[in-house]
Design a protein around this ligand. Structure first.
Ligand code: CA
Length: 289
């Protein structure tokens, strides 16, 4: 009975939060890369209040990367008497004491596929009418290229980008990338145009930032247009002038700037097809508005 109520609540919350419930697919995909199946969000998040579970906290504290998983395997972070690895091997939830290797429960059933957060994407790409979800893996060659420009290593979560291509009447407008920060518990969607003013991006030119939408962050000040508008229409290397929304938030702001810059470089790997498409348009006859 209790369980049924929990799962119902989980589904309701999932429906309510919409894109929010899947705002961390990079971590879900990291887990998948390590263990071979995608966990439901409630491994790391409490279904009631979306706080981190013991497992979510452990993952976060240990760096939120691929190396974090083995460090948690011998621990019993949800205190249900089973070690994390035993739980995962039995496809039980290592973040919920009500799910154990003997009785995993239905926590993995009905995980809806990650979907496009339409409202956010429409705001970021005005006039867009269709979105395509892409899950990519950055290979070693691409990784080396990005890291050289970035001057810093990519994180494991960056290697499994989940992004959306926004279309208007079948012409790609740009792409948006889910990004997240374990440190400040903020996660958001950063969107990029493949080119400036609709022209194909010149080789080697980073994507321009179209905008930023936060799903969650401890600081509301970051969600305000006064802050996010500073990113609009900037190339990733022009973001150093972004001012924190309040004194005392400089460090978090810098982290966001770094992530948006990294996102632009990551997405650029996938922009060339757009530029090619735009470079050879099917000479669309002017459509009356
Ligand atoms: Ca458990």
């Amino acid at each position: 009975m209790k369980h049924t109520r929990l799962w119902t609540l989980t589904l309701m919350l999932t429906a309510f939060l919409g894109g929010n419930a899947f705002a961390l697919p990079p971590f879900q995909r990291l887990f998948n890369a390590h263990y071979g199946f995608k966990p439901a969000c409630i491994a790391c998040h409490d279904a009631d209040n979306w706080d981190l579970t013991g497992y979510g906290k452990g993952f976060s504290k240990n760096g939120a990367d691929l190396k974090a998983f083995p460090k948690l395997e011998e621990l019993d972070l949800d205190e249900d008497g089973a070690k994390t690895l035993e739980e995962i091997e039995a496809k039980a939830n290592p973040g919920d004491p009500r799910s154990t290797p003997d009785a995993p429960g239905p926590w993995l059933e009905n995980i809806p596929p990650a979907h496009a957060p339409k409202k956010h994407l429409q705001a970021l790409f005005p006039g867009s009418d269709r979105y395509e979800l892409q899950e990519e893996k950055i290979d070693d060659k691409e990784r080396a290229k990005i890291e050289k420009i970035l001057g810093a290593p990519l994180r494991d979560q960056d290697l499994y980008p989940t992004y959306f291509i926004a279309y208007k009447e079948d012409a790609p407008l740009g792409a948006a990338l889910y990004t997240s920060s374990a440190k400040s518990d903020s996660y958001y969607l950063a969107a990029y145009y493949p080119s400036a003013a609709g022209r194909p991006a010149a080789e080697g030119r980073p994507a321009r930032v179209a905008g930023l939408r936060f799903f969650s962050t401890h600081e509301r000040a970051f969600k305000k247009a006064a802050y996010t508008d500073q990113f609009a229409s900037k190339l990733p290397d022009q973001l150093d002038g972004v001012k924190p929304p309040k004194p005392g938030l400089a460090e978090q702001s810098q982290e966001i700037v770094d992530e948006v810059r990294r996102g632009g470089l990551i997405l650029r790997q996938f922009f060339q097809p757009f530029a090619d498409k735009k470079a050879s348009p099917k000479k669309a006859e002017e459509k009356a508005p």
